[in-house]
Design a protein around this ligand. Structure first.
Ligand SMILES: Cc1ncc(COP(=O)(O)O)c(C=O)c1O
Length: 343
């Protein structure tokens, strides 16, 4: 495939790229995919290929945050984003989330000038809440009135198991206030390290030069192969197949947790994504739960790490995408045994 590409174009593709935004055919393929799948409204010249969303967040933070700028973040929220903002001198303002995602009333009462708001609206990390259309529109209004920019991290929006898809914030925005970050880490695999930023036309140069300064470019061979994978229709077929598979694994996990833990468990945010959160009504500390789970080969993440204020929240993140139904069933059985002290 790569040899065919080089014959069709020229060997200069092996040199430093003259296209600072990334491989143009890949950007065109992503623009088409985003329009179909996420109602993202952009031209391919607004897309910058990056090494995963982590690089997208790093570029955003370095370019847009000055010392002591206020950045509003979801609480609990994604540590990978929080640490990047902090390391670039941001003052963090936590916004709590409910079963519908970020609670907007908190923004209305703030006296600080907010520079950026970082959100995971399609599937709040880690609670799994999906931000409804009414809150999306209210948020965009608020951002426009207050001159704030929104970072939409759409890391796993492809996996939604019930309800109608809600258009991305970027697609609803009419003021260029949204920076959209996407990744192939969840639809393909994390080690691929390919993601993309969608920015307003007037910000493209800034981001492109910053990416060039940071690491020159994202590796070309992977970009060429990925372009072919998208244009041949295989990416969307793969996503459809995986959605069915993950849905079955998700259902198996929910059923196993409910069967074994009965009213001692509350399941949160299972309608989308590739993880869910479970709250246990147990007297054990979070660390004790993690250690007992690990002793029987079950790897859990305590959601407490994702809160700004540390504590025992008794909430745990269960990833299920790469586990067979059998492994899920037997894993939860072993977990129940060590957490409930059953024989
Ligand atoms: C909220 C969130 N954003 C982004 C990512 C993906 O990051 P990357 O594209 O750098 O692999 C993750 C991965 O777990 C995540 O949880």
């Amino acid at each position: 495939l790569v040899a065919r590409h080089y014959r069709a174009t020229s060997f200069t593709a092996l040199d430093y790229s003259s296209d600072l935004l990334g491989y143009q055919p890949l950007r065109a393929a992503i623009a088409g995919y985003l329009a179909r799948a996420r109602a993202v409204n952009c031209n391919h010249d607004q897309i910058i290929i990056v090494n995963g969303s982590q690089q997208a967040l790093d570029l955003i933070a370095r370019l847009l945050i000055d010392q002591d700028d206020c950045v509003a973040i979801e609480d609990p929220g994604y540590l990978g984003a929080r640490r990047i903002f902090l390391s670039n001198g941001a003052k963090l303002l936590p916004l709590s989330v409910d079963e519908n995602g970020v609670v907007l009333e908190q923004l209305y009462n703030l006296t600080d000038q907010i520079k950026l708001i970082y959100l995971t609206p399609s599937h709040q990390f880690p609670t799994g809440a999906v931000l409804p259309l009414s809150r999306r529109l209210a948020l965009l209004d608020w951002a426009e009135q207050h001159g704030a920019m929104i970072i939409e991290d759409d890391y796993d929006s492809e996996y939604r198991y019930s309800g109608r898809p809600i258009p991305s914030l970027q697609g609803l925005d009419r003021n260029g206030a949204v920076i959209y970050a996407g990744t192939f880490s969840k639809v393909m695999f994390p080690a691929l390290r390919i993601g993309y930023l969608v920015v307003a036309p007037e910000m493209v140069d800034l981001f492109a030069h910053s990416k060039w300064l940071s690491d020159r470019q994202t590796p070309i061979l992977e970009q060429i192969v990925l372009t072919d994978f998208i244009n041949s229709g295989q990416l969307e077929r793969h996503i459809r197949r995986m959605r069915t598979l993950y849905d079955r694994r998700r259902e198996t996990l929910v059923r196993a947790l409910q069967n074994h833990f009965k009213d001692l468990v509350t399941i949160i945010g299972e309608s989308a994504g590739i993880h869910l959160m479970a709250r246990f009504e147990l007297k054990l500390k979070d660390l004790e739960v993690i250690e007992r789970a690990s002793s029987v080969g079950v790897e859990l993440i305590a959601a407490g790490q994702q809160y700004l204020k540390k504590g025992d929240y008794r909430e745990f993140i269960f990833g299920y995408a790469n586990l067979s139904e059998y492994k899920i069933q037997t894993g939860i059985k072993r977990l129940a045994k060590v957490l409930l002290n059953k024989d």
